[in-house]
Design a protein around this ligand. Structure first.
Ligand code: ADP
Ligand code: MG
Ligand code: MG
Ligand code: MG
Ligand code: MG
Length: 634
């Protein structure tokens, strides 16, 4: 989200009463913006990353590591520079869900020059240092997908208490004080999602059944007033009951601008099948609420953490109050492709309101885009500010954005904002954030390069949406990157017309085969990226940097290097205090995060995670000599 719009949030009853108002005007706003901008042409590649961080406070005497709830104070200082000199800053900082979270992006998007790949990591490092300078003693900024003990006993600094009978989340574990206090949006969303659903969110993630985990593993919540949790908590699962367990996780996202709406639709589609693959490859979150889980990724946790569907909508009760059965949470993988090429792979039934769909068609919007927007608009607003109720639908897009930005899907199709020079964009959202800037830079450069390869080689990666969904489930399983196979298109390089050799269009590959190729069967995404790069005259530093990144991706895919999740597991399982009970104690957590911090600050190396050649030539600015030379555009 951009700078969050300020104002006073309405209570749930008023918000609920205005759901149709927001939908009605949101659709009109989309129609108007579409008519104004559908023919916009000639935008160039621009792109940028978003990295989320947590603040961790170490206590070296007590040997504890806790989430520090000071993000709002830090953010205030970080934003001063932006306010005084918005055009000359190297970073932008935004609030995130947790009172312990920050989100940082580059000050300006990168452009379409190869040499830009060389400044990504340096900018990430700059951001880390810039925020770190504002921290207190023993406070550290970390890019951790999930803090291992979120919601466990005594996980915040200062200490807090959850308030199961009161407040926004009403969680047994996650206190409202751990929700970002500087903007009402976050608490409002928390409260309204719970109220809309009619009960607390329920997140059950399978526990890792190490030898000393009780069988069955069932936590006892029966002494609590809160009957809901007792009913919702499942056996052999880690139970969580608040938005903060998911939205309090960190991720790595990137957005890129397409030259026009068609190209944006193509990229949206072509990248969708890569979401589960990249999720498996970036897996970094095996721990929840102080326990080791049996999954490696946050995706299902975050999906359940904002699942505002009622019992009727989830199919547990006959429809009476609500209009639709809805198959997924508003945070989930996409349900349909947007390009003509994708149409035939749209094989999951789409829920939408026929009248809205027809209204979009009647206004000249094609079937695929109309059903996409109509499908987003099955959701009710869950956060509305009094100042935003009445808008000028010819110019404003707040009601559209209200629904759009609370459909948290693997991909996001972003129309140009009103009155700006920004074009049609696509956001890639599945990746888990890695502990080092090197890894995060590698991932974003790989994805941006892939978009260039897809466009210039006219690759076709499409498979049925139902298969992408299957892959999403597989991607999250423990060790998926080496243990699972994924549906993937068999022939991604030939024209569709040449592909009727009688074989099915898609088959199952390992991540290694998808990334590195399979002899005579599949070319591999990195070999394709490399052949694309080989045709270009790259300066030596950029070449070195990019090669280091591609190697990292290749080795993670082949299993030669561990995923972050696998490494984190290994560290906990081999800790002297670990009792084979899948419990991450304060001490284990402290030692683990201290080690992470030493790796990030280069005090120790970690070849099993990062390999041996991690010294990229990354630079904060483009060297004058390179800038002067005719630089290669992507
Ligand atoms: P959101 O949270 O909605 O995804 P943010 O504003 O946090 O949006 O992040 C947007 C990302 O898009 C940033 O990485 C930024 O650098 C990048 N960006 C900004 N302008 C453009 C543009 N014109 N084209 C592509 N990316 C852009
Ligand atoms: Mg953002
Ligand atoms: Mg965001
Ligand atoms: Mg964010
Ligand atoms: Mg984003």
């Amino acid at each position: 989200m951009g700078l969050l719009s300020e104002g006073s949030p309405l209570d749930w009853e008023k918000t609920k009463d205005l759901a149709d108002h927001v939908r009605k005007h949101g659709i009109i706003q989309f129609i108007n913006l579409y008519k104004r901008l559908r023919d916009r042409q000639g935008d160039i590649l621009k792109w940028g990353d978003e990295v989320e961080y947590v603040l961790v406070k170490f206590d070296d005497e007590a040997k504890t590591a806790k989430l520090s709830l000071r993000a709002a104070d830090i953010l205030q200082v970080l934003n001063e520079k932006e306010q005084s000199d918005p055009d000359n800053i190297k970073s932008l900082w935004r609030p995130e869900y947790g009172a312990y979270m920050l989100e940082g992006t580059p000050g300006k998007p990168y452009g379409g020059l190869l040499v830009h790949f060389n400044i990504v990591e340096a900018n990430m490092r700059y951001r880390r240092q810039e925020a770190s300078k504002l921290l207190g003693p023993n406070e550290v900024l970390m890019s951790l997908t999930n803090f291992p003990r979120t919601g466990a006993q005594d996980f915040t600094d200062p200490p807090t208490r959850s308030t199961p009978d009161d407040g926004a989340a009403r969680s047994l574990f996650f206190p409202d004080e751990a929700i970002y206090p500087g903007h009402p949006r976050f608490k409002t969303l928390t409260r309204n999602i719970r109220k809309r659903r009619g009960e607390k969110v329920a997140i059950n993630i399978p526990i890792y059944k190490d030898e000393n985990v009780p069988r069955p593993f069932k936590e006892d919540f029966s002494n609590l007033v809160d009957d809901e949790s007792n009913y919702a908590a499942q056996e052999d699962h880690i139970y969580m009951d608040a938005m903060g367990f998911g939205m309090g996780c960190c991720c790595l996202q990137l957005t890129f601008q397409a030259c026009n709406i068609q190209e944006a639709r193509t990229l949206y589609d072509q990248l969708a099948p890569l979401c589960p693959i990249m999720l498996a490859l970036t897996a970094a979150s095996p721990f929840y609420r102080g326990y080791i889980s049996d999954v490696d990724c946050r995706w299902n946790v975050i999906s359940c953490s904002v699942d505002c569907r009622t019992r009727e909508e989830r199919g547990l009760k006959p429809l009476k109050e609500n209009k639709f059965r809805i198959s997924k949470s508003r945070y989930d993988s996409i349900d349909s492709y947007l390009s003509e090429q994708g149409e035939k792979y749209n094989d999951v039934p789409l829920t939408y309101d026929d009248e809205i769909y027809k209204q979009l068609l009647d206004n000249g919007i094609d079937k695929l885009l109309a059903q996409h927007v109509a499908h987003l608009f099955i959701r009710d607003t869950v956060s509305l500010f009094s100042e935003k109720i009445n808008q000028n639908d010819a110019e404003d897009t707040d009601h559209f954005e209200n629904i759009q930005s609370t459909n948290w899907q693997t991909m996001r199709f972003k129309p140009p904002p009103p009155n700006s020079s920004i074009g049609w964009r696509v956001e890639f959202r599945p990746c888990e954030v890695q502990i080092t800037d090197f890894e995060n830079a590698a991932i974003v450069c790989f994805i941006v390069l892939l978009t260039r390869v897809i466009l210039s080689y006219k690759l076709n990666l499409l498979i049925p949406i139902s298969k992408v969904d299957k892959n999403m489930a597989r991607a999250q399983r423990r060790n998926a990157v080496v243990a699972e196979k994924f549906w993937f298109r068999r022939d991604i390089t030939s024209d569709a017309k040449q592909q009727d050799d009688g074989q099915p269009e898609y088959t199952e590959f390992t991540v290694n085969e998808i990334i590195n190729g399979k002899d005579g069967v599949f070319p591999g995404l990195i070999p394709l990226v490399n052949s694309y790069l080989a045709s270009m005259d790259v300066d030596a530093d950029t070449h070195c940097t990019v090669q280091g990144y591609m190697k990292l991706i290749q080795k993670r895919a082949s299993g030669e290097l561990l995923t972050t999740a696998a490494w984190l597991r290994k560290e906990v399982l081999s800790h002297p205090e670990y009792k084979q009970d899948s419990v991450i104690t304060q001490r284990i957590n402290y030692d683990l995060l201290k080690k992470v911090q030493k790796i990030v600050s280069n005090e120790i190396s970690c070849p099993e995670l990062l390999g041996t050649c991690i010294s990229s030539k990354t630079n904060e600015t483009i060297p004058a000599a390179v800038a002067k030379a005719e630089n290669i555009s992507l």
